[in-house]
Design a protein around this ligand. Structure first.
Ligand code: THU
Length: 132
């Protein structure tokens, strides 16, 4: 599946929309993610915080858990957005989790205006840990 400019923009819009479902009571920092799956579907995720802060689930991992739990496989692209001017990049844990599903997955990192930059997960997580 080719990640066209139009599809990229759609994923950014979906990631921004996903922020509406965030439970970010503690940080007030809402994050949204949107996955493009190999069947062409788009699966959203939002950050889900907890009073026990370490139990917080980031938007990217929330989206991945949702997609896989629906029986979907094959992550073709990940978009992530937030409500600041910074083009957000996935945290370290999320980079490791995304890497599990493909070393060349494009990560579309966007800000509240919808501006974005794209890096593959290998660019964001060089020398990644694997069991190989
Ligand atoms: N967060 C994400 O959802 N994704 C990231 O890649 C970075 C951080 C969330 C976790 C927490 O709810 C909030 O942003 C502030 O750290």
């Amino acid at each position: 599946m080719t990640l066209t400019d139009e599809l990229t923009r759609t994923l950014v819009i979906e990631a921004k929309a996903a922020m509406q479902d965030a439970h970010a009571t503690y940080s007030n920092f809402t994050v949204g993610a949107a996955l493009l799956m190999e069947d062409g579907s788009i699966v959203r995720g939002a950050n889900i915080e907890n009073a026990s802060f370490g139990a917080t689930i980031c938007a990217e991992r929330s989206a991945i858990a949702s997609a896989l739990s629906q029986g979907k496989r094959g992550i073709k692209a990940v978009a992530v957005s937030n409500a600041t001017d910074t083009k957000i990049t996935p945290c370290g844990i999320c980079r490791q989790v995304i890497y599990e599903y493909g070393t060349d997955i494009p990560i579309i990192c966007s800000n509240q205006s919808g501006e974005y930059m794209i890096h593959t997960i290998s660019e964001l997580l060089p020398h990644a840990f694997t069991l190989d």
